[in-house]
Design a protein around this ligand. Structure first.
Ligand code: ADE
Length: 241
């Protein structure tokens, strides 16, 4: 375990939404144990006018409002002064889709600044001027970036050293191996007339392992041809080298 907690700084118009679900269970215990630390900062604190406005009408017209570059930049600059050298991520459906391998990269670092958008989005100039990485959690649109930030944080936190307990647990999961997971079974031995695949009760670890690998391959082939193609590609690369 490292000496310092992994640092999450969330810039949001709704700081009260945090830690939310990250305050219970695995992530909540890790927060209590100082494995990670969280500060949610209200972007509105950086507003400069008497109405404390953070948004304005879009240049060129059209519906909705846009978050102002100057206000958001001030919020970013304060967080970046406190946490230099950590990635700065803006959660937006326009971003690159989040992957387990990007989550692993983030978990290896010292922390992250997460910027949550509301309204129609953020003035493009602040994204360029502050070298913001744009990340999406999937091809659908949420009402704002806060829940997406929680998704990203939960995916990272479970990988931090000391969070999941005795090693292993994460390694065989979907995406860590490039394949979806094999199916799981437990008691009762018979459920509504359906038994457990015999190999799993055979006590033969070699056979169990081979069966799980075959099932992981089958389920990936059926459900996610894109992952399967990538897996096959990686395997043949390996064979060539
Ligand atoms: N904000 C709104 N929708 C989002 C998405 N799909 N991913 C990340 N941030 C978002």
């Amino acid at each position: 375990m490292t000496d310092f907690p992994w640092q999450a700084r969330v810039l949001t118009l709704f700081p009260d939404m945090f830690p939310g679900p990250l305050g219970v269970s695995l992530a909540g215990r890790a927060l209590e144990n100082n494995i990670w630390a969280l500060a949610a900062r209200d972007i509105r604190n950086f507003a400069t006018d008497k109405h404390r406005s953070v948004d304005d009408t879009p240049a060129g017209g059209g519906p909705g409002m846009v978050m102002r570059a100057d206000i958001v930049a001030a919020a970013i600059d304060e967080a970046a002064a406190e946490l230099p050298d950590v990635p700065l991520v803006y959660l937006t459906p326009r971003g690159a889709t989040l992957t387990q391998s990007r989550v692993q990269d983030f978990a290896k670092g010292a922390g992250m600044i997460l910027l949550c958008g509301r309204f129609e989005g953020l003035d493009e100039r602040v994204i360029e001027a502050r070298n913001v990485e744009e990340i999406s959690i999937g091809d659908y649109v949420l009402a704002g970036g806060e829940v997406a930030a929680m998704v990203l944080l939960e995916a990272i936190i479970r990988l931090l050293p000391g969070v999941m307990g005795s090693g292993q647990s994460g390694l065989e999961e979907s995406f860590e191996t490039g394949l979806l997971e094999y199916p799981h079974y437990t008691r009762p031995r018979e459920f509504e007339g359906i038994g457990i695949p015999e190999v799993l009760t055979s006590g033969d670890h070699g056979k169990v392992s081979a069966w799980r690998q075959a099932m992981a391959e089958q389920v990936t082939k059926e459900r996610r041809p894109d992952l399967w193609a990538a897996h096959i590609g990686r395997k043949s690369d390996g064979d060539d080298n």
